[in-house]
Design a protein around this ligand. Sequence first.
Ligand SMILES: [Zn+2]
Length: 230
Amino acid sequence: MLKDWLFDIKFLFFPDYCLGCNDLLIKEEKKICIACRHDLPIVDLSLNNSDFLNLVFYGRLSLQESASLFYFRKSGKVQNIVHNLKYHGREDVGKLLADWFGYELLEEKRFQTIDAIVPVPLHKKKLRQRGYNQLTTFGLRLAEIYQKPYVEDVLIRKYANTSQTFKDAFSRWMNVKEIFDVQNIEKLAHKHVLLIDDVVTTGATLEACALSLQKIPGVKISILTMAKAE
Ligand SMILES: [Zn+2]
């Protein structure tokens, strides 16, 4: 009772807005409103190898499995949620998404052999600017659900790729390919790695990461992204 009352007071002075549609949340709603939760373009996690990600990487990479949580539409609610996470300091979005989908993922047979969660790394400079890697809260919570380690010190980013937008697709690919490397490889040798990212569009970054990870003996790679471009 007292708790309810305190909540009302807090709500009066610090109203909470939906991360998807920016509408005022009602008391029972947490971070994303009920309408958005029903409305968001969720991807069926049981969709398997005919999935978009595998098509993107077809022939270029040997992937175990891939999945995304949402379809990403420009100026849509998913974009709003991801922007809140990446640019507005809402690190809590990561945990929210992992809480929402982590157990479902764990139930999926094809994702049950995961040994470690590995994020696409940020360059040190970018990390300083943003103050956090937007994948950390998501990855840490997934690791907790899986009861497996969250590994940040094997796949590393050697260069920032800020000049990317000015280059054509081919040189961009050449550029992105050189960006990542691996160290402390014994940590992931013969392990099934779940590589995570926020939004996949061309897949170039994830592919470059996976190619670097493939230098590790016996490693298997699956990919999970929060969203994927339609
Ligand atoms: Zn909403």
